[in-house]
Design a protein around this ligand. Structure first.
Ligand code: CU
Length: 463
């Protein structure tokens, strides 16, 4: 059995949930980003991965309401920072270069410190040149534990979904292609969970199982299904407890998370397979096999204590219209950059613009050179935003610093749930509601990173 300290130090790992677990060490976690040669499954040569602490799919476990300190050391050859995706952090800790902090130069370090207000399954990654950084594996999982959840499950597995664009010799293909960026993104050819191709994990027979599924891929939108499990339920969306709903068919866009619960079959040797059923031939992602001491789960609840998030006042809410549209290669962008005396590269953008939000593209990252915000919001006020997708592709839209309530879709039955990233399908209108949080500029962008980096990004200014 793993102790908490081993879990803190390790890669994506199973954890048997023990009551009275040892408390997390209060000292700072060191997170070193570096280039690490690593041979991916099936390849003959090593790939230059970019990893935190030399670990593919690093998992950190921290406690709700307890101060967390992470010292980020940048040993990459380019500047970086850490964005704590989905965590309602103070603005200065949001990890967006130029917007919330200066970029951390190679050889430098930056200390992040915050007290996580919400429990759940989150992740962290850089926010500049993200298409290459994520493409090379630079992301980790942040699990915020809550004492209220103690004893609800017998075992949990963290499952980090990521594809790689590697060749057989370990070299990488282009992470951003015009053909991909202008459509649904450039897909990887090697599919992995926790860095392994179709890993096999164990669960005790009859156990109450919790899967924390995290999609860190910059492109792929799997449609999840658990074959061999009776009534698997989504119990948390983007880490936030929800009214449990059936998993099968749930689409997990880039950056989205789903916590899934089920009771393992009581006989040993039974197989439960997590599949992506998006295409006609289901694709197996990970296999769970029942093994070891059986468990009795007669009192299984399979739900989490309710989320405790700021509840928007729908009657008093101000309406916002958000249109996700194609963006013509905006000549304004280049002339703007010229005017400001910056190159597009240095402001985290490629030269191409394929996408826009409300016909506005993202032309800059320098704080004194920002384009106007998409919206100016008042801290503490409630908003209902309608996101309309006027493009032929799906867009997982992510809002920084806020957890919003997904209210409804114009096209499908969508269970109301909390999220920080919501998938908007073509022609769909999705209504979300939230209470504007801490003052500051908060990014709002598509998490298909090629879309983000080619225009589908903006920010909300909260004052
Ligand atoms: Cu998109």
């Amino acid at each position: 059995m793993l102790t908490r300290r081993e879990v803190l130090a390790g890669g994506a790992a199973a954890m048997l949930v023990v009551p009275h677990a040892v408390k997390a060490a209060p000292e700072a976690v060191i997170l070193t980003a570096g280039v690490i040669p690593h041979t991916l499954p099936g390849n003959v040569g090593p790939s230059d991965l970019w990893l935190y602490n030399q670990t593919v799919a690093l998992v950190l476990r921290i406690r709700r309401h307890e101060k967390f300190t992470a010292v980020f050391r940048n040993q990459l050859t380019e500047h970086s920072a850490i964005h704590w995706h989905g965590v309602r952090v103070p603005h200065a800790m949001d990890g967006v270069p130029y917007i919330t902090q200066p970029p951390v130069q190679p050889g430098d370090s930056f200390t992040y410190e915050f007290t996580p207000p919400d429990p759940g399954t989150f992740f962290f990654h850089p926010h500049c040149n993200t298409v290459e950084a994520l493409g090379r594996g630079l992301a980790g999982v942040l699990i915020v534990e809550d004492p209220r959840e103690q004893g609800l499950f017998d075992i949990e597995h963290v499952l980090v979904l990521k594809d790689w664009r590697s060749r057989h010799d370990g070299s990488f293909e282009d992470f951003l292609t015009d053909a991909g960026a202008a459509r649904s993104g450039t897909f990887g050819n090697l599919r992995t969970v926790n860095g392994q191709a179709l890993p096999v994990l164990q669960v005790p027979p009859g156990a109450r199982v919790r899967l924390r599924i995290v999609n860190i891929d910059p492109t792929r939108i799997p449609m999840l299904s658990l074959r061999g499990a009776e009534r698997p339920l989504v119990i948390a969306t983007d880490g936030n407890a929800c009214e449990p709903f059936a998993l099968n068919g749930w689409r997990l866009g880039p950056a989205m998370r789903a916590d899934v619960a089920f009771i393992a079959p009581e006989k040993a040797g039974a197989e439960i397979v997590l599949e992506d059923v998006f295409s006609t031939r289901p694709r197996s992602l990970v296999k769970l096999v029942t093994a070891g001491q059986g468990m009795r789960s007669t009192k299984a609840v399979l739900r989490l204590p309710a989320a405790e998030l700021p509840l928007p006042d729908l009657k008093a809410a101000t309406k916002l219209d958000v249109q996700l549209l194609a963006g013509s290669a905006d000549p304004k962008l280049e002339s703007w950059a010229k005017e400001m005396g910056v190159s597009l590269d240095e402001i985290c953008l490629t030269q191409k613009v394929f996408w826009s939000i409300n016909r506005q593209v993202w032309p800059g990252m320098a704080h004194d050179k920002l384009p106007p915000p998409l919206f100016e919001l008042k801290s503490g006020r409630s908003y209902v935003a309608e996101l309309f997708n006027g493009t032929p592709h799906q867009h997982p839209m992510h809002m920084h610093g806020h957890t919003f309530r997904v209210l409804s879709s114009s096209e499908r039955d969508l269970p109301p749930h909390w999220a920080d990233t919501v998938l908007v399908r073509p022609k769909e209108r999705i209504r979300i509601a939230f209470v504007a949080g801490e003052p500051g500029d908060w990014m709002f962008h598509c998490h298909i990173i090629e879309h983000q980096e080619t225009g589908m990004m903006g920010y909300l200014r909260v004052a």
